[in-house]
Design a protein around this ligand. Sequence first.
Ligand code: KG4
Ligand code: ZN
Length: 359
Amino acid sequence: MKILGIDTSCDDTSIALVEGRKVLANCISSQDATHKEFGGVVPILAKREHEKNFPLVLEKALATAGVQPHDIDAIAVTIGPGLAPSLEIGVTKAVQLAQEWQKPLEPVHHMEGHLWSALAADAHGEGGLDPDTLTFPALGILASGGHTEIVLIHGWGKYEIIGETLDDALGEAYDKVARMLGLGFPGGGKLARLADEGDASAYALPIAMRQSGDYNVSYSGIKTATLRLIREITNTGERTLQDQEMKDVAASFQNAALETLLGKVKKVLVEYPVSHVLLGGGVAANTVLREKLHQTLAPTGAAVAWPYTFSLCQDNAAMIALAAQLHFQHNYHLKLEKLDRRPQWRLDDFSQNVLSSAT
Ligand code: KG4
Ligand code: ZN
C-alpha cells in the first residue's frame, strides 16, 4: 500500500509517502525560526505556519516520491496527542484531501508513530528493523520534547505504559538546561553536542527516583540541581561560565538525566524479559543514550533498534504513515465516533479503543 502521512502535532509541518515500510518521501518544514524568539512553541503562530506551509510541503512530498494522488491507497493523519490548534490543521487538511481524492482516512496516535519509527526503511528497503523478526512482548522507550514513556508492547495495537515522567519530558529537560546555558531554543541537540566534549563526572548531579519502587522518572529535581550548580560556579551570575565548565555542566546533566531513565529500564528488564527494545522520539537521536542503552541491554541479550536516520527521530509524517500501514496489515483500527483532534490522548487509551486486533 502507498500511504500519504500527515503530522502537524506540534511545530513541524510534515507530509510523507510510505510504501510498506519503505519511506519514499519524508518532508518536514521546521518552524524553529518562528518560535525561537519566544523560547518555546507559540500555539497560535504554529497554527498559522502549518496553514501556510501545508500546500508547499504536500507538493514537495508528492514530487520527491514521484507519486500522483491516484497512486495513493490511503491517507494517515495524527489526531493526537499534541497542540490543539496545530492538530486541527492536519486533521482538517486530511479530511479535505480524503474527500477530494476519494481515499480512506486512517487516524494515528502520534506516539504510536514514534514507537514504530525504528521499523522504517529507506526508499530501497535498506535499514530499519524487519518487523518479521520482532517478537512480543517487546519494550518501547519513547523520549521526546513532550513525552517520556516506557511502553510494554504486547502485540500490534496493544500498548501498556508501565513507566513515564511525573513532570518534564526528557527532551524538555534538555531544552530547559540548554536555555540556562544560553544555547537558544530548542537547544537539546546543541546541549548534547557540548556534552560530548565535557567530563560527565565533573559535577555530581542527582539521579532521580532511584528508590521509587516503580518505573516512573522525574526531571524537575535534576533541572533545579543543574540551575543551582550553574549559580554556584558563576557566583550567582557574577561571572560567566568558561567553555570547559559549560561542557562539563552539559555532560554532568546528561549523565544524570540518562542514568535516571536507564536505571528504570534495567529494572523493567528484570520483571519483563524481552528480546527487542525499540527507541523512538527526538532524544533517540542522542548517541550517548544509544550507547548506554546498548550497554544496559548487553547482559540481557535483548536487541535494540532505533530509527535509521535523524529525520525519523524528530516529529515526522513517515512514522505516521508507517503506523497506518501496520493498522491495515495487522487489521487493527480505531473505534471513533467522530474523527477529531485529541490533544490529550494516552497511548494505552488508544489500545482500549481499537476495533479489532491481531498479535
Ligand atoms: O520527537 P520530537 O521531535 O518532538 C516531540 O514530539 O516533542 O522531540 C524533540 C525533542 C526536543 O526536546 C529536542 O531538544 C530533543 O528532542 N532532542 C535531543 C537531541 N536531539 C533532539 N535531546 C537530546 N539529545 C539530542 N541529540
Ligand atoms: Zn513527537
